[in-house]
Design a protein around this ligand. Structure first.
Ligand code: SAM
Length: 285
């Protein structure tokens, strides 16, 4: 069956009594070139164990099964499980699990299904959970690469440079642990139903070690403090974020001792500057 053919898939879904749910981010690909290209860009080969999130009717799943050693697809919508049995059930290297990725124990899945394989993620993610899913997958430290389709706007935030409007705490988190690349854009008409926004496919390649050698918990606390009040000067934002632990004079001193100009805003700092600032704050609290 052609899994991007709108007529064939429409008939299949109707037979199963399926209707799209916006709350589950159900926008299915209907241009066969897109899942083929996403799977290719993921670099999955016979030595790869791929975790797919949200297989839908299985158009990307199929491309992954043709390349990877093993594929585990997590689908939250139980109505799609019998559909997937029909469309991709013949692949012997595939396991479909009815599971919510946010509740899944990904370490246990990797251990059970991918022994001897290099774990990777490849998915067309549901828009509504993009940031929490990426935070969870990156934070697990398990995946050599994460190739995903997400909203273009979020991809821009992940790839933003310091000093731009898109630059922020989430992008810094992603860049701290991975090297992101924006690969290509996908217009709304490639989906059924069409979303209102353009999508981008990105690949996040795990860094061998985090970008900066620093107390990570404190580093992200400093980053959050800086961006929680991004229009304020860094010393004011830090004094507010570390209230009770750092007064404004100490915050100003930490900024200067980190080699930064007085009155600078957090949004101007790159990761190395945030790391230098974290070390100064660590000495003071
Ligand atoms: N992979 C298919 C494609 O490219 O056409 C479908 C992608 S669609 C954007 C997102 C899919 O994720 C849907 O099948 C939806 O049911 C599923 N999904 C939504 N929330 C999920 C969650 N928390 N855990 C697992 N799957 C989820």
């Amino acid at each position: 069956m052609e899994l991007c053919d709108i007529k064939e898939v429409g008939a299949l879904l109707a037979r199963h009594g399926f209707t799209f749910q916006k709350s589950k981010g159900q926008n299915f690909l209907i241009d066969p070139r897109v899942p083929e290209r996403i799977a290719r860009e993921s670099g999955a080969g016979r030595d790869t164990g791929v975790l797919e999130i949200g297989p839908g009717v299985g158009c990307l799943t199929q491309e992954l099964c043709l390349r990877a050693g093993r594929v585990v697809a997590l689908e939250v919508d139980e109505r799609l499980v019998p559909v997937l049995r029909e469309t991709v059930g013949h692949f012997e290297n595939l396991t479909v699990l009815r599971q919510d990725v946010m509740k899944a124990d990904v370490a246990a899945l990797v251990e059970e299904y991918f022994p001897g394989l290099s774990p990777a993620v490849c998915a067309n993610l549901p828009y509504n959970i993009t940031s929490p899913v990426l935070t969870k997958l990156i934070g697990s430290g398990l995946f050599g690469s994460i190739t995903v389709m997400i909203q273009r706007e979020v991809a821009m935030r992940i790839c933003a440079r310091p000093g731009t409007a898109d630059y922020g705490a989430f992008g810094i988190y992603v860049n701290f642990y991975t090297v992101p690349e924006r690969l290509f854009d996908v217009p709304p008409q490639c989906f059924q139903p069409s979303p209102r926004v353009t999508s981008s496919v990105i690949r996040l390649t795990r860094r061998e070690r985090p970008a900066e050698k620093v107390n990570e918990q404190l580093f992200f606390r400093v980053v959050r403090a800086a961006f929680n009040q991004r229009r304020k000067t860094l010393e004011n934002a830090l004094a507010a974020g570390f209230s009770g632990a750092l007064d404004k004079a100490e915050a100003a001193r930490a900024v200067l001792d980190a080699g930064l100009p007085a009155g600078v805003r957090g949004e101007a700092l790159d990761m190395a500057a945030f790391a230098a600032l974290t070390r100064q704050i660590e000495r003071r609290i």
